[in-house]
Design a protein around this ligand. Structure first.
Ligand code: SAM
Ligand code: CA
Length: 278
């Protein structure tokens, strides 16, 4: 069993691939690039931090970032993004456009009580914390505290750290305790899941109980590097292949779950929003 941890990224790091005619088709299958492009620099940019999009045009994605995202990005989020970019596992961070999307979404649904599973250095956490009212709350969980400690001073400086309760360790036992306790049933307005993909289905079994009727769960990376449409024998990085089946299974299960309405968006690496309806 593999976990999405910095250690995985150490063993299976993303390496920018340069597109050649020979590997062009393979890379397109992996959802990494567009087949019509032969611009090597453009192709490798799909791998860069801050450039995480399944959009098939680098120019269009850059346009979104430069026109709509970066000019409106709060100073604290920019600072956190820049610090995270120097981290060896920076590919794990939420992209700036997805951060902007989450921030807007949380405001639209008037979220107050929220949860995040998978914090890393805290970019999506900060996007959330900035969107919540002053008495808003985020239960944030990650097996790694060191990465969160990198972002924490910036979150403090932004004046939103008081909204965050960080728990170090695997999320599942915490969810089980909350369910056993009984007083957390139907209490969450918004839950963002961005951690171990092989557990998303197990998280869903618990989160559907903890989220309010009318509340939202967002499952991140549901297009999994574009691999969800790759033929089974297509070349893929080892960890992409490993988690792919779990993501495929999750996507089917969410689509068939009558307790939720869903909307899968091609933002970042794909995010599926689930609104609990009963
Ligand atoms: N949302 C983060 C951001 O905006 O930068 C990115 C999260 S990163 C993709 C995935 C995180 O999940 C890692 O920091 C990893 O330590 C954490 N993780 C992996 N397995 C976990 C588990 N069982 N429980 C909680 N966190 C876990
Ligand atoms: Ca993610």
């Amino acid at each position: 069993r593999l976990y999405i941890t910095p250690i995985n990224f150490f063993f299976f790091p993303f390496k920018p691939k340069i597109q050649t005619k020979k590997n062009q088709a393979k890379m397109a299958v992996n959802g990494e690039t567009k087949t019509e492009s032969n611009n090597e620099e453009q192709v490798s940019r799909h791998q860069e931090v801050g450039h995480k999009s399944l959009l098939q045009s680098d120019a269009l994605y850059q346009y979104i970032l430069e026109t709509s995202v970066y000019p409106r990005e709060p100073e604290s989020m920019k600072e956190l993004r820049e610090i995270t970019a120097k981290h060896p596992w920076n590919i794990m961070t939420t992209s700036a456009d997805e951060g902007q999307f989450l921030n807007m979404l949380l405001k639209l649904v008037n979220a107050k009580n929220t949860m995040e599973i998978g914090v890393f250095t805290g970019y999506s956490l900060l996007a959330t914390a900035l969107a919540l009212p002053d008495d808003g709350k985020i239960l944030a969980m990650d097996i790694n505290r060191e990465n969160y400690d990198l972002g924490r001073p910036i979150i403090e400086k932004a004046g939103v750290a008081h909204k965050i309760e960080f728990k170090e360790g695997p999320a599942m036992p915490v969810l089980d305790e909350m369910i056993a306790d009984g007083k957390y049933h139907g209490t969450y307005d918004f839950i963002f899941v961005d951690a171990d993909k092989d557990n998303y289905i197990n998280y869903h079994k618990r989160l559907i109980d903890l989220v309010k009727v009318g509340g939202l769960i967002g499952y991140d990376n549901t297009l999994w590097n574009g691999s969800v449409v790759a033929p089974p024998d297509a070349p893929m990085r080892k960890y992409v292949r490993y988690y792919r089946d779990f993501v495929l299974e999750l996507n089917k299960a969410l689509a068939a779950d009558p307790r939720i309405e869903i909307c899968m968006l091609p933002v970042g690496d794909g995010i599926t929003l689930c609104r609990r309806i009963n």
